[in-house]
Every structure is written in structure tokens, then in C-alpha cells.
Write a protein that binds this ligand. Structure first.
Ligand code: UTP
Length: 308
């Protein structure tokens, strides 16, 4: 009897970066706590993990990141004040984030790169496949991506990354994948990866975005990965090794770590660590909210007509 592969239940959220693009707001506040309308960006990310069936969440944090832990914990003082006033709707909002998932935390120490942040999750994750969601990447909840990635991992094994087509002049901002097609129009096999290539060296215009489903073999590779671009231990470099090993002849017999597939995402996504994208996320999500949208859109229309 063949053993069914372990079910993916754990999500890792690296949130220990310095957030320098958003200074001075991020001097004492983690960028993941910046509000997107009225919820911190990180809450959308945890909600996305839970919606994909992953309710064991490990957050990789660092200095100045205490507010992240507080946000997902109970706040008895606030709760009892709201309960005394009979303000049920605000009380529910306060309790929402602490009831979402089983939260765990690990500190990265020095921010030595995304690869190093993922490696900090090894003792918690063990030898099961797991998901990684970048804390500053917001995927619109109406365009589910992680569920599809979990399905693809269950079908093919190995690891799955999220890819998005970008304009050639944008490729140098992302990790970039060399791919070949599969039988599914939204799934490709990844044959190689390069971190932030010059346009001339880019193997495609498929950019890596902040969602991953990883085989635990990635930890063995990360332990040996030298600092790469920017002096940081890059997750892309470790994934490149995973993909290359699978493509090589030896892998046909050994199958170390399995293949790397990519799910091509065409939905709405915002990099909330980037000021322009952060503003776009807020305007769009506010316009679409039932409670705020009608008034806000009317104001926005007149602002645009008068000011632009
Ligand atoms: P970024 O490349 O956005 O870096 O990291 P950053 O330091 O957070 O932000 P900027 O560029 O200085 O503005 C991508 C993701 O990896 C995490 C970040 O928290 C973010 O979610 N990360 C990065 C870590 O957890 N540890 C690191 O050492 C580096």
C-alpha cells in the first residue's frame, strides 16, 4: 500500500526584515503592522493561511517586532472595557485576530536574509512540507493562490512557488524563473532560478512572488547556502539548487527534494512594503468595502476631477 503524502498544516511567515523602504514609519513599528484600511497588513496574511487550511502559524520576528505578537494575543483590558460598554461589534473585531490561528514565534537575531529567516523555522516545521507567506505581500482574498499551490504540491510532490508575469523592465526587482509548460495552463515546471537578474540575463518574465510551498529538504540546502546577492542568504539560491538537482541525471534515481513547480498567478497582489503599492492597496480595498466604499468613492471621484 502506498503511503499518502503528509498533509500541509504549517505556515511560516518571515517578518524580521528591516523595512527600510518605508522609513521613518518603520523605525519603531514593524512594516507588517501598517494598517491597510483598518486591519494591519499581517492580519490579511494570517487570514490567507487559515483560509488555505493552515492554522499552525510560525512567525519569524526580530527586534522591534513585539507589536506583531501583541496583535495576535488577547487584550483583556480593551476587551473588558468594550464588554462593559456593550460594544459587541468592536469587541468581535478585537477578538478576531487572537482567535484566528495557533500562533508561534521564533526570533531571527540578525536579519541575514529571507533564506536564513526560513531556516529559523526548521525546528518547528520538522520533516513535513510547509508553506511560506511573506508578511508584506498581500494577495487579494478573492483571488485564492495558496489553496491552488497546496493542490499542486499534493499532485506533484516537491516544492511549489508562485509566479507572476511582469514587464521586462521590472524583472530586476524580483527572483526570476526559467520554466517549461505542463499539462495545466496555470502550472509550469521550474528548471532554474536567478535572484534579481539584469534584463539581458533574465530567463523569462516570470517573477517570484511571496508565496511558497516547500519540501523540508530546503533546510538541508539552506544550511549550506552561502550569502548571495546583497550579502544575504537568499531563498531563491536554495530553490535554484533544489530545481537544478532535480533536473540533473542523478536526481532521476535519488529524487532529492522532488521537483519545483510554479503556479502562475493572475490575480490582485500588493507589495505593502512598497509605498506606491501600499497606497494602491488601501484605495482599492477601501473603495470595495460596503461600509466605507460609497462615501469614499464619491470623495475620490470629486478629488480626482478637481485636483488632477
Ligand atoms: P524584503 O526584501 O522586503 O526586505 O524582505 P525588508 O528588509 O523587509 O524590507 P526593505 O526592502 O528594507 O524595505 C522580504 C520578506 O522577507 C522577510 C521580510 O520581513 C519580508 O517579509 N525577511 C527579510 C526576514 O524575515 N528576514 C531577513 O533577514 C530578510
Amino acid at each position: 500500500m502506498t503511503q499518502s503524502p503528509p498533509k500541509i498544516t504549517k505556515a511560516v511567515i518571515p517578518a524580521a526584515g528591516l523595512g527600510t523602504r518605508f522609513l521613518p514609519a518603520t523605525k519603531a513599528t514593524p512594516k507588517e503592522m501598517l494598517p491597510v484600511v483598518d486591519k494591519p497588513a499581517i492580519q490579511y496574511v494570517v487570514e490567507e493561511a487559515v483560509a488555505a487550511g493552515l492554522d499552525d502559524v510560525l512567525m519569524v520576528t526580530g527586534r522591534n517586532k513585539r507589536p506583531l505578537e501583541d496583535h495576535f494575543d488577547r487584550n483583556y483590558e480593551l476587551e473588558s472595557a468594550l464588554a462593559k460598554k456593550g460594544d459587541e461589534s468592536r469587541l468581535a473585531k478585537v477578538q478576531e485576530s487572537s482567535d484566528l490561528a495557533t500562533m508561534h514565534y521564533v526570533r531571527q537575531g540578525d536579519p541575514r536574509g529571507l533564506g536564513h529567516a526560513v531556516l529559523c523555522a526548521a525546528p518547528h516545521v520538522g520533516r513535513e512540507p510547509f508553506a511560506v507567506l511573506l508578511g508584506d505581500d498581500l494577495i487579494d482574498p478573492r483571488d485564492p493562490l495558496l489553496q491552488r499551490m497546496v493542490e499542486v504540491q499534493e499532485e506533484h510532490g516537491g516544492s511549489v512557488i508562485a509566479l507572476m508575469e511582469v514587464a521586462p523592465e521590472q524583472v530586476h526587482l524580483y527572483g526570476c524563473a526559467a520554466v517549461k509548460p505542463t499539462g495545466d495552463s496555470d502550472v509550469v515546471e521550474v528548471t532554474g532560478l536567478v535572484e534579481k537578474p539584469e534584463p539581458a540575463d533574465a530567463p523569462s518574465n516570470y517573477a517570484i512572488i511571496g508565496r511558497y510551498v516547500l519540501d523540508p529538504h530546503i533546510f538541508d540546502i539552506l544550511r549550506k547556502t552561502e550569502p548571495g546577492r546583497g550579502g544575504e542568504i537568499q531563498l531563491t539560491d536554495a530553490l535554484q539548487q533544489l530545481a537544478a538537482t532535480h533536473q540533473s541525471a542523478a536526481a532521476a534515481t535519488e529524487k532529492i527534494g522532488g521537483p519545483v513547480h510554479g503556479v502562475v498567478f493572475e490575480g490582485r497582489r500588493y507589495d505593502t512594503g512598497d509605498r506606491g503599492d501600499y497606497l494602491r492597496a488601501i484605495v482599492r480595498l477601501a473603495c470595495e468595502r460596503e461600509d466605507l466604499g460609497p462615501d469614499f468613492k464619491a470623495w475620490l471621484r470629486s478629488y480626482v476631477t478637481e485636483e488632477m
